[in-house]
Design a protein around this ligand. Structure first.
Ligand code: FES
Length: 169
């Protein structure tokens, strides 16, 4: 762990993020933001059938405007979700993400939620677009994320009305 409290694994993902950028071909997109810090993450998935005919996340990538933890957790979640079935990907939680990174500073645990929410939203988008059944738990997550998005939009609107200012309040 370095002076910032980040592990070597976190710094590795931050310095060389995996699967960064936009997929050329994708069929699910999750767009999320964090109401507290304003960080934003878009996550792309391409779901297709494996040799056995099961659906898996064949390809995945992301774009983010965020902190070190947001970038590292996004990078590691793409490693964890790639090749997994939809159900397996939905079972990736913040503990699994933190474990894969060798831990996260307690104050940065919330950043891992951004990546998890983006993955959920990409899966939700895929299921809805392809008229597939959406698990109740995923619908609930989607409603919570939508409420957060409304709060962010509201804050952004207030800020743009006010105009940019360098004056500290
Ligand atoms: S501080 Fe915004 S996601 Fe980390």
């Amino acid at each position: 762990m370095n002076q910032t409290g980040y592990t070597k694994e976190v710094m590795k993902h931050f310095q060389k993020p995996h699967h960064y950028g936009r997929l050329k071909k994708y069929n699910g997109l999750g767009k999320v933001g964090n109401v507290i810090c304003g960080d934003v993450l878009w996550l792309y998935i391409n779901v297709s059938k494996n040799k056995k005919g099961g659906e898996i996340i064949k390809n995945i990538s992301y774009e983010t405007y965020g902190c070190v933890a947001a970038i590292s957790t996004s990078s590691v979640i793409t490693d964890l979700a790639k090749g997994k079935t939809i159900n397996e990907a939905l079972n990736i939680d913040k503990d699994k993400v933190a474990k894969a990174l060798g831990g996260l500073p307690p104050l940065k645990m919330h950043c891992s939620l951004l990546a998890i929410d983006a993955l959920s939203e990409a899966i939700y988008d895929y299921l809805i677009k392809h008229k597939k059944p959406v698990p109740e738990k995923l619908k609930e997550r989607h409603r919570r994320i939508e409420r957060s998005k409304k709060i962010i939009e509201e804050r952004y609107k207030k800020w743009t009305k006010k105009g940019a200012s360098t004056k500290k309040e």
